[in-house]
Write a protein that binds this ligand. Structure first.
Ligand code: ARG
Length: 464
């Protein structure tokens, strides 16, 4: 019995196999077609500059610009046939351009490489994503401010350890998320300042001998300036890492809101009712209203954090300058951009639509002896007790109320005086949740007037 050689055994596959597998692993068109608009913008700016510098003729540049607009329309209208054999968006666009306009297309790639081209396209895309994220955050902040304004006086329990701690206002709670969103927005703006350099003209890695004008292309593409080092320009992906880290933090903030909405919308809490638009039913339990959108918003950091770790890992240890590893930079970022955009839109929609159950919040705010600190503070202010002693006295009062099964404000005066004889009826003035929140007037505190002042601050900031 004759044995086939390994070559013969694999022959059927290998005759065409390796090339096919190579094409499959090498191609990025499946995902980088998303960069087509940036690729065309970059090529138009490059061709215009080449003509202005006398490197190509004005006629060729005009033909290139016309042809690129035809390609743009074909792709935008879904009439473009992407080819995997052409690897990526850059080659697909250039090859179609040649079909459309012939010879002038062959001059487009003068003084350029796919290395600076892809660095440019991706950077432009992330720049747009950062700007969109900042805008989305502004919309989210506006929705929160509306809620805060309506509910500056609405009292709810404030929690630590998810245990009732002290009464707060719902408006104050909304403003906490405004603060988070504002920091996220300022991280977008900081990152945009660093990102604002054009890599176009770094060419493969070393720059070019052609008399190009990188300031001209940078300005045409809306960048502040060209990048100063060609090696760094083609190998830098910090801007993408920054988007992912900013998004990871922002998505984490949204996940905390999501978790609160999930908890608050349970029949056990009933603090809020999510609109039908953001709830789903159950296929078996007719009574259910499930907060699916909030749950997915809670889950999104799984993907976004994953993308951040993924790209950090791809970039780690890469020698300068470009390596094909860097083609693995895009899918994760695109996915993170989509997740972030969707999550923020859902958050904004939910905040706009949510119905707040003022009575349920108010009732819960009084549970759990939430004004115990107010009693301790009263003992300090009125009887001049040291705080530690006041804390101890209050603890005994709470124990008394707990065993009597009543709230602090329902304990009769003689019960209070059995713990501390100097307590007077004036104490009842601080034991209600309304009095408690009204008293929290320290800067940044929850008093309704403070909340209104903070809303004014943010409204002015958002309009500026
Ligand atoms: N598709 C490639 C990428 O995404 C474009 C750059 C290719 N450059 C190269 N030297 N092979 O990174």
């Amino acid at each position: 019995m004759s044995q086939k050689t390994s070559n013969e055994m694999w022959g059927g596959r290998f005759a065409s196999g390796p090339a096919a597998i190579m094409e499959e692993i090498n191609a990025s068109i499946g995902f980088d077609k998303r960069l087509y608009a940036e690729d065309i913008d970059g090529s138009k700016a490059h061709a215009e500059m080449l003509a202005a510098q006398g490197i190509i003729s004005a006629d060729d540049a005009a033909a290139i610009a016309d042809g690129l607009e035809q390609v743009r329309a074909e792709i935008a209208e879904g009439r473009f046939e992407f080819s995997r054999a052409l690897e990526d968006i850059h080659m697909n666009v250039e090859s179609r351009l040649a079909e459309l306009i012939g010879d002038p297309a062959k001059r487009l790639h003068t003084a350029r490489s796919r290395n600076d081209q892809v660095a440019l396209d991706f950077r432009l895309h992330v720049k747009r994503a950062f700007a969109a994220l900042a805008d989305g955050l502004t919309g989210f902040m506006q929705a929160l401010l509306e809620r805060a304004e309506e509910h500056a006086d609405t009292i709810m329990p404030g929690f630590t350890h998810l245990q009732s701690a002290q009464p707060v206002t719902f408006g104050h709670h909304c403003l906490a998320y405004v603060e988070m969103a504002a920091r996220d927005r300022s991280r977008c703006r900081d990152a945009l300042v660093r990102l604002d350099e054009s890599p176009l003209g770094a060419a493969a890695l070393a720059g070019t001998g052609f008399p190009i004008d990188r300031h001209r292309t940078a300005a045409a593409l809306g960048f502040r300036e060209p990048s100063r080092n060609s090696l760094d320009a083609v190998s830098d992906r910090d801007f993408a890492l920054e988007y992912l880290s900013v998004a990871a933090i922002a998505a984490t903030h949204l996940s905390r809101l999501a978790e609160e909405l999930v908890i608050w919308s349970t029949p056990q809490f009933r603090f809020v009712r999510l609109s039908d638009a953001f709830s789903t039913g159950s296929s078996i339990m007719p009574q259910k209203r499930n907060p699916d959108a909030a749950e997915l918003m809670r889950a999104k950091p799984g993907r976004i954090n994953g993308a951040l770790i993924s790209l950090l890992t791809v970039m780690k240890g890469l020698p300068l300058t470009y390596s094909k590893d860097m083609q693995e930079d895009k899918e994760q970022v695109f996915d993170a951009i989509d997740s972030m955009t969707l999550s923020l839109a859902a958050a904004t929609g939910m905040v706009r639509d949510v119905t707040v159950n003022v009575e349920a919040m108010r009732a819960a705010a009084g549970n759990g002896f939430s004004t115990a600190t107010d009693l301790a503070d009263w003992l300090v202010r009125t009887l001049n007790l040291p705080f530690r002693e006041a804390h101890h006295v209050t603890g005994r009062v709470v124990a008394l109320a707990e065993s009597a099964g009543v709230g602090l404000e329902d304990l009769p005066l003689d019960a209070l005086q059995s713990v501390e004889p100097r307590i007077t009826p004036a104490v009842y003035g601080v034991l209600s949740v309304e009095a408690s929140v009204r008293s929290r007037t320290s800067f940044g505190g929850t008093a309704p007037d403070n909340v209104r002042a903070q809303i004014g601050y943010w409204r002015a900031r958002l309009e500026a």
